[in-house]
Design a protein around this ligand. Structure first.
Ligand code: SF4
Ligand code: SF4
Length: 165
C-alpha cells in the first residue's frame, strides 16, 4: 500500500501512464484496499503465490492503512515500495489493485475513491480487508496455510480478469 492520497486535479489516470504520474497522483491512485499488506505464501512445488487473510503487523485493519508508513522498513524490512516497474513484476498484486488496472489499460472500478469521491467506498463495496483480516500476531506461522483464501475481486492465480470485471 502507499501513503494517504491527495485530491487529484482531474481524471489524470485515464491519460497518464504510471511512470508519468507525479508523487501526489501516484499516491492518490491507491484505493486503500489493504490487500497488498496481507501475508502471502509461495507453494514450493509450483511457485504459486497464495494470499491469506492475515495482515502484516503494521496494518491498521480498521482503516486499511499502514500504521507507520514512513518508518515501516524498521519493523518490516521486506516491505516493498511499489514502483511502475514493480507493478509489472509482482504477479501477486491483487487483480483489483488500481496500479495493476492502469498498467493493464483497464478502467478503475466504480468503488475506487477517485471515481466515487469517497474514501470509504472501497470498504462499502466489500473490496478491502477492513474488519475481515486477522492481525499477524494472532496466527502462529504453522497455521498460515490454513488461512489462505480468495478475496472478493480476486481469482485463482493466473486467472485473467474478464471484460465484465
Ligand atoms: S493493493 Fe494496490 S490499491 Fe490496494 S492498497 Fe495495495 S497498492 Fe493500494
Ligand atoms: S509495513 Fe506492512 S502494513 Fe505497512 S505498507 Fe508494508 S506491508 Fe503494508
Amino acid at each position: 500500500m502507499t501513503d494517504s492520497p491527495a485530491p487529484p486535479p482531474d481524471r489524470y489516470w485515464e491519460y497518464l501512464g504510471l511512470d508519468e504520474m507525479d508523487e501526489a497522483q501516484w499516491e492518490a491512485l491507491c484505493d486503500g484496499c489493504g490487500k497488498c499488506c496481507l501475508i502471502r505464501l509461495e507453494d514450493e512445488d509450483t511457485g504459486e503465490i497464495h494470499t491469506t487473510d492475515v495482515a502484516c503487523k503494521l496494518l491498521d485493519i480498521g482503516s486499511c492503512r499502514c500504521s507507520d508508513y514512513p518508518g515501516r522498513k524498521k519493523h518490516v524490512p521486506d516491505c516493498i515500495k511499489l514502483t511502475p516497474a514493480g507493478v509489472r513484476r509482482y504477479g501477486w498484486l491483487p487483480r483489483t489493485c488500481a496500479y495493476r488496472l492502469i498498467d493493464e489499460g483497464r478502467p478503475l472500478f466504480d468503488w475506487h475513491p477517485l471515481i466515487s469521491g469517497d474514501p470509504d467506498s472501497v470498504h462499502r463495496a466489500g473490496m478491502s480487508v477492513q474488519d475481515k483480516a486477522l492481525p499477524e500476531g494472532a496466527v502462529k506461522p504453522r497455521f498460515l496455510p490454513g488461512r489462505i483464501r480468495v478475496w472478493p475481486g480476486e481469482g485463482p492465480a493466473g486467472t485473467p480478469l474478464s471484460e465484465d470485471d
